[in-house]
Structure formats: C-alpha cells, structure tokens
Design a protein around this ligand. Structure first.
Ligand code: HEM
Length: 239
C-alpha cells in the first residue's frame, strides 16, 4: 500500500500553537472522568466518586460548549462545524489518499466533537435524574453511558487512523497544543494558560467538596445499603 505524500515535514506544513490550554485541559478532564465514571459505575461503595466523575464530565462539556462560542478561533464551532458537502469532500479525499494536516478538526471530526458533547451531556444528565430517585432513568442512563463509551472508542480509533493517514500527530497536538497546520494558518495568539490554571483549581476545589461530608451524596452508598436491607429489594427515595 502506498502512503500519502503529505507529511508534517512537507514545506507546505508548519508546526505551530493551535489548541489553547482550556481546550486541552477540558479534553483531559473528559478522558479522566469518563474512565473514572466507568470504573466506578457498578459498585455502591464508589457511588460518591462516580457522581463526582459524572459531574466533572458534564462540567467540562458545558464549559467546552461555551468556549466553542467565545474561545480562540480553532476552538470555535464556527471554524470546524461544516456542512455535508465539506464532510463528503473530506471523506472522498481520504479514500483517494489525499489527506493532509488540517488547521484544526477535520470536517468529519467536527461532527464527532458535537456527538461526543451531546451524548456525554445526556449520559451525565440521565445519571443525575437516576440519582435523584428516578429508577426509570437508571436504564436510560446505562444505555446513554454505553453509547458514550462506544462513541469514545470510535473517536479514539478515528484519531489514530487519521494520524496515520494524514501523517499528523494528533494526540501529541492535543497534549502540547502545537499542531501541524497548512502554512499560512494564523497561529493561536493566546493560549489562555491562566484561565486553564483557574479551571484546574476550581476542579480540584469541586472534588475536595464533592468527596467531603457536606456533599449531598456523602454516605449515599450506606443509605442505599440500609434502604435495601429495610425494603428487601430496591432503594426508595423517601427513606
Ligand atoms: C485516550 C483517549 C482519547 C484520546 C487519545 C483522544 C484524542 C483526541 C484528539 C487527538 C483530539 C483532537 C482531534 C483533532 O485533531 O481533530 C480529540 C478531540 C476531542 N476529544 Fe478526544 N481523545 C480521547 C478520549 C476522549 C473522550 C473519552 C472524550 C469524551 C468523552 C473525548 C472528547 C473529545 C472532544 C470533545 C474533542 C474535541 C476537542 C476540542 O475541540 O475541544 N475524547 N481527542
């Protein structure tokens, strides 16, 4: 199989600052909270930690949505959400072996970003409703959480495939902020590191509170276990 000729060493491609610090921090929070929420999903004893991960995922996604309107140019939805014609042209180009580094998300990736954010928010929202006592929401939450895991798996596979096809090191770019882009792309002027640092401090503060004795879900596991003992089967929200 022949590989595409475009690569990051091509004179038409330069490596420069692209993903600002809030984009990268929020992404890291999404990865960690999905992994954490998945690991703690089944056990009653980890309920408070599971809720904390779910709220962290929802918070990161809501902030990413807002940043998509007011953030740096490559972070804005207006710069990467494209119509079906652009997506089709991108996919045709891929099949023809013409894939080069993009100045941000490619047209297919733009829709994957929206799908991940929407599914993540629905999964977290239904989890919240289930915790509030809506037993009917438990199945909805499980289904949406599984859909999110599937989508995240497809997302990672697509990122790795695109990195290969376009000779574009997408994962290091999401970590360092520096990415291969077509020459002439304006570099991201401010990486907003201070804002990301404030977000990180706020996240740590949230976790300190969320795992402490004043959080509403403190002792949720014990209460639920007691409820189960009293009622013989499932927890009711009035006990
Ligand atoms: C180890 C797992 C993951 C890796 C290696 C990874 C990697 C990446 C990379 C490289 C990008 C940039 C793609 C591009 O250049 O167009 C990206 C974007 C994105 N990923 Fe992931 N990802 C992972 C897991 C997740 C998870 C679990 C979620 C959500 C639950 C997620 C949500 C997103 C979103 C929303 C974006 C858009 C970033 C932005 O514009 O803010 N990713 N990911």
């Amino acid at each position: 199989m022949t590989s595409p000729s475009t690569d990051t060493t091509s004179p038409r491609t330069v490596i420069q600052p692209l993903w600002d610090a809030p984009v990268r921090l929020l992404h890291a929070l999404m990865v960690l909270s999905l992994a954490g929420a998945w690991l703690t999903a089944e056990s009653q004893g980890w309920r408070a930690v599971h809720i904390s991960f779910g709220l962290t995922l929802a918070g990161a996604m809501i902030l990413r949505l807002l940043w998509g309107f007011v953030g740096t140019p490559p972070a804005r939805f207006a710069s990467f959400v494209r119509g079906p014609a652009a997506v089709a042209a991108h996919l045709r180009g891929l099949l023809a072996g013409r894939a080069g580094p993009h100045a941000g998300h490619n047209p297919a990736g733009g829709w994957a970003v929206l799908a991940l954010l929407a599914t993540g928010l629905l999964a977290a929202g239904s989890g919240w409703l289930a915790w509030q006592g809506g037993e009917a929401w438990e199945d909805v939450h499980e289904t949406l959480a599984n859909a999110l895991l599937l989508l995240a798996g497809v997302h990672v596979a697509a990122v790795l495939l695109m990195s290969r096809l376009a000779h574009d090191r997408l994962v290091p770019a999401m970590l360092t902020g520096r990415k291969a882009v077509p020459a002439g792309t304006p570099p991201t002027r401010s990486m907003h590191r201070l804002l990301a640092a404030a977000l990180l401090v706020a996240t740590l503060g949230f976790w300190a509170w969320s795992l402490g004795p004043t959080a509403p879900w403190h002792g949720a596991a014990q209460a639920q276990a007691d409820g189960d003992r009293h009622h013989g089967d499932r927890h009711h929200d009035d006990d």
